[in-house]
Design a protein around this ligand. Structure first.
Ligand SMILES: N[C@@H](CCC(=O)N[C@@H](CS)C(=O)NCC(=O)O)C(=O)O
Length: 291
């Protein structure tokens, strides 16, 4: 690869497989399946195909919150999609999400299965289906504004800051500066909002909190990209107060464990098919090779 300062783009870009960097093996400039593979279907109305990245956690938190509220129609099977092994390019997964990214949801509760992809769309779909965590009064607009803010902002944090600070094969000062500035600006936007409000959209816990917490809650607590010191995250005291508040919710603690395949074995529930799985099927409780 050419040193970034010497690089002159060619007239026509072509795909170089040797681009390097973490995740380079799953990046390609075309969409669609690479292999035939049907997705498994469990017994519950909702089938989730995901991984416990921040985008995945948004949805498992929402499902666990709905179940905690008593919505039995939100019972779900959560299947692990190993994106590092290219499982998002199987034909069955692509049929649920043509964009080949987790999370993807199939609602099989009605006569015709309904597919939903994009974490923000899934949160909104579930909130409308169960009439929960989306205010019906004047704060609805505020909640939707922050939900869509997150969907627009996170790629600058993950694909921008996270990529160039943590994953790129070389440290490029220009890129790191540009996206560190933007990540800090996002934290400041949130800090000002949370100085005046208990939750993101006001006094109520909503899908806006569920969307923002896995990204910016993690960042403010120094749990993302090992960038806590670099971004001086202790400055954002209102975001940190809110991150702790959300993190203490039992449904959030369960949601974080679902489809998690790294970290403490007791925090990894690779697949979730039953509420009891949290007690009996985490990786520390399963025999090796059984998960
Ligand atoms: N905007 C999408 C982003 C989803 C996304 O980027 N998912 C990542 C994991 S966090 C993924 O599946 N990556 C696999 C790939 O890029 O091939 C959403 O919010 O659902």
């Amino acid at each position: 690869m050419t040193n970034s300062s010497d690089y002159v783009p060619p007239k026509v870009w072509t795909w170089s497989k040797a681009s390097g960097g973490q995740f380079a093996n799953i990046n390609r400039p075309i969409s669609g399946p690479t292999h035939d593979k049907e997705l498994p279907v469990g017994r519950h109305p909702l089938q989730l195909y995901s991984l416990a990245t921040p985008n995945g956690v948004k949805v498992t938190v929402m499902l666990e919150e709905l179940l905690a509220l008593g919505h039995s129609g939100a019972e779900y099977d959560a299947w692990l999609i190993k994106i590092g092994s290219g499982e998002q390019f199987g034909s069955g997964f692509v049929a649920v999400n043509p964009n080949s990214k987790i999370p993807a949801l199939m609602d099989r509760s009605g006569p015709t299965p309904i597919r939903v992809f994009e974490s923000g769309a899934i949160l909104l779909y579930l909130a409308e289906k169960f009439r929960a965590f989306l205010p019906t009064d004047s704060t609805r607009a505020e909640c939707l504004s922050w939900l869509f803010w997150q969907m627009g902002a996170a790629p600058y944090l993950g694909g921008g800051f996270g990529h160039f600070y943590a994953y790129a094969p070389m440290k490029i000062e220009y890129a790191i500066d540009r996206f560190a500035m933007e990540a800090k600006r996002h934290l400041d936007v949130l800090d000002k909002q949370l100085a005046k409000n208990e939750y993101i959209a006001g006094s109520e816990y909503t899908i806006a909190d569920m969307a923002i917490w896995p990204w910016y809650g993690g960042l403010a607590k120094g749990q993302l990209y090992e960038a806590g010191e670099f971004l001086s995250v202790q400055e954002y005291k209102h975001v940190r107060r809110w991150a702790d508040l959300i993190g203490q919710r039992p449904a959030v603690q369960r949601g974080r464990m679902v489809n998690r395949s790294w970290g403490e074995l007791s925090s990894q529930l690779h697949e979730r098919h039953d509420a009891a799985d949290f007690e009996t099927k985490t990786q520390d409780k399963l025999a090796p090779g059984n998960g």
